[in-house]
Design a protein around this ligand. Structure first.
Ligand code: ATP
Length: 654
């Protein structure tokens, strides 16, 4: 069946050009609208598969205004605009389109974008479906849990966290439009919240009764929900003293709020707040709406059956999570993560994402500097997925010899080329039924990228020298420490492959952006190495921990791990009192600051490689590259650099 496209474009010539290109390519154009209102009428009548949306329309309406209308109907849309102003781009991106085409464009760009959008749309529908199911399951299992209302309340935030991310959440219960109870949930670590009831939160912020009277939460004006991101949220604070107080205290930048009418006609408002200024979107409100009945039942249960007396006075005693008896609610997801340590908000966000995406079958692209834990994240996604009992195959694309890459990935037949004396099963076939993790995907040569694209599209591989394609059932997780958008722009990475892999991006923060995780990581590594070596070293002094936290760790967690291993080996007692920090890049980025520590062979090797890389202006392989000068195969140099934690920061821009 032909795909049905609506064009929302007020410039006749552009609209006509689009119509001609699309018709020629086999699409059916069901209409052209010059305004948002006109578009809505056509959409109701024609139910298009796709809408191409201009952003600024002459009647003053904006294409972005249609986004919610289309999302609610599960219709995919892509923007076509001449305006690439960052603010416009940001507001368009917040509506989660399937693509963005900048005018003027070529016919080919339009068609490729539509093809990618189609793929993304179908994967997105799967993700939406999976999120809806997950939220419903979590809320329903909480309703069914044999626990008292207070205990259930303790588990409410964890049921929502991964689906509607927040740093702080509150539930206000209203009776006869008067506030009856308020529960505040402050995220502390994965699956752990501080819960403060009524006046306990403002009191904990040091506010007095007078402040509180001035900043009471606003009464409910209407039903339904809304969200405010970034500037819109900040503007709303001008006439919402309560939110202003909260946002100042917790550095909040976005809010999503929804009113639920309970069985006895009382009301409950769930409000989620995030430090991320673009956290919320209509898709998250839609999620709450989908689970509306279950959420209403849950909120009714915890409000009506609550044995906590309704509090009208700010003098009521504090009720926090330590005082509420905790009974078994839905299974806490915390237990599922293997070898991941840390509690910083940045890491918690990553864990939320792992939880959500592990249940879907879609591709994941993990980005982050070297040593930030990309492989750990990929492995955890596999372990939490339905494929957990099937193979998990790791391929380091940087270490594959260029001439053998296809045979390594896809396998070869006996005699396919000189030296192919045996048939070889490739990594994709080994991963059949399970997950393949393509590490350092940015290093994959263009020819192999074409083949990979085919595997993703057709779900089949061709053996080198083989006659027939072989079906494979695999989930692909890819990772890179490169900026793939830059690689695409410079022609080293295929745009279509990028879009296919980037269905669900997870970005890992560098260690310097989450220094609060350093003490926990340090203790974690110490424990592991003490066990491995049988040495009795089990603590750092706070001075040593302070030293560790003061360093930027360009090699991230891997470098920290190696360093702690060395500290342990040279320590003479059970406590590491102070550390000699590794060499670091000087502020001008040009040289090392020397520390008086005696160098290990590894450090010498590292310094030598960095020196050569600097001389080669960062060129690793090819003529005049570091590998040639060091007389090493590029794959060996790459793995040495990885092992020694040599990242681009060490040798670039010098
Ligand atoms: N959150 C974490 N908690 C504990 N250990 C971690 C964590 N993240 C990473 N590590 C450890 O740090 C090291 C590097 O992690 P990993 O190999 O996953 O990083 P990477 O980003 O894939 O690196 P590269 O880009 O070089 O391939 C490993 O030893 C891993 O066990």
């Amino acid at each position: 069946m032909k795909e049905n496209i609506l064009i929302v474009e007020d410039e006749f010539i552009v609209a006509n050009d689009l119509r001609l290109m699309l018709t020629k390519a086999g699409y059916y154009v069901c209409g052209t609208a010059a305004s948002v209102n006109e578009a809505k009428k056509i959409i109701e009548k024609e139910n298009p598969t796709w809408v191409l949306l201009d952003i600024f329309l002459q009647d003053g309406s904006r294409g972005t205004e249609l986004a919610d209308f289309l999302t609610a109907r599960k219709i995919g849309f892509v923007y076509i605009s001449a305006n690439t102003n960052q603010k416009v781009l940001e507001s368009a991106t917040a509506t989660q389109p399937y693509g963005f085409l900048v005018k003027p464009f070529r016919e080919r760009d339009l068609l490729i974008m539509l093809e990618i959008a189609r793929e993304k749309h179908s994967q997105n529908l799967e993700l939406v479906q999976q999120r809806e199911t997950l939220l419903l399951q979590q809320v329903q299992s909480l309703i069914a849990a044999p626990a008292n209302p207070e205990s259930k309340m303790v588990h409410v935030p964890a049921a929502f966290q991964a689906l509607i991310p927040f740093d702080y959440m509150k539930i206000d219960f209203f009776r006869h439009n008067e506030q009856a109870d308020q529960f505040n949930f402050i995220r502390k670590s994965f699956g752990e919240y501080e819960i403060l009831k009524n006046s306990a939160l403002p009191e904990s912020m040091g506010l007095t009764g007078r402040d509180l009277n001035l900043s009471k939460p606003k009464p409910i004006k209407g039903i339904g929900g809304y969200f405010l991101n970034g500037m819109d949220f900040r503007r709303s604070l001008l006439d919402d003293a309560w939110d202003k107080m909260l946002s100042n205290h917790f550095q909040l930048e976005a809010k999503l709020s929804h009113v639920f009418i309970l069985e006895d006609k009382s009301m409950a408002v769930m409000s989620f707040y995030s430090r991320n200024p673009s956290e919320y979107a209509s898709s998250k409100l839609a999620l709450l709406l989908k689970a509306n009945n279950a959420i209403v039942d849950l909120l009714y249960q915890v409000s009506v059956e609550s044995s906590i007396p309704f509090v009208t006075s700010i003098k009521q005693p504090v009720v926090n999570n330590k005082m509420i008896e905790v009974a078994p609610g839905p299974k806490a997801p915390t237990t599922g993560f293997k070898d991941i340590v840390g509690n910083s908000p940045e890491l918690l966000k990553v864990l939320d994402n792992i939880l959500v995406v592990s249940k879907a079958e879609i591709s994941v692209l993990i980005t982050g500097e070297s040593g930030t834990g990309k492989e750990k994240v990929a492995h955890n996604i596999h372990l939490l997925s339905a494929r957990k009992n099937k193979p998990y195959i790791v391929v380091n694309c940087a270490a594959l010899p260029h001439e053998l890459i296809e045979s390594e990935l896809f396998g070869h037949e006996k005699g396919a080329y000189t030296g192919a004396i045996e048939k070889r099963v490739g990594k994709f076939e080994l991963a059949d039924g399970g997950t393949i993790f393509l590490d350092e995907i940015g290093e994959m040569p263009l020819e192999a990228q074409v083949k990979l694209l085919r595997v993703l599209q057709e779900k089949e591989i061709d053996h080198v020298g083989g006659k027939l394609p072989v079906k494979v059932n695999i989930r692909v997780i890819a990772a890179t420490n490169r900026k793939l958008e830059k690689e695409v722009a410079e022609g080293r990475f295929r745009l279509d492959l990028y879009y296919r892999l980037n269905v669900f991006p997870i970005s890992l923060p560098p260690l310097r952006a989450r220094k609060e995780d350093i003490p926990e990581l340090a203790a974690h590594f110490l424990k592991i190495f003490a066990k491995d070596t049988g040495r009795n070293v089990d603590r750092f002094t706070s001075h040593a921990l302070g030293q560790l936290a003061s360093y930027d760790w360009p090699g991230n967690i891997r470098e920290l791990g190696h360093f702690i291993q060395r500290c342990m080996l040279i320590s003479t007692g059970p406590v590491i009192e102070r550390v000699e920090l590794p060499e670091t890049i000087s502020e001008d980025g040009k040289g090392f600051i020397k520390t008086p520590a005696l160098r290990t062979l590894e450090e010498m090797e590292k310094q030598h490689i960095v020196g050569v890389l600097k001389n080669c202006k960062g060129k690793v392989c090819g003529p005049g590259g570091a590998a040639e000068i060091l007389d090493l195969p590029p794959s060996t140099l790459n793995s040495k650099m990885k092992k020694l934690g040599i990242t681009r920061e060490y040798y670039f821009n010098v």
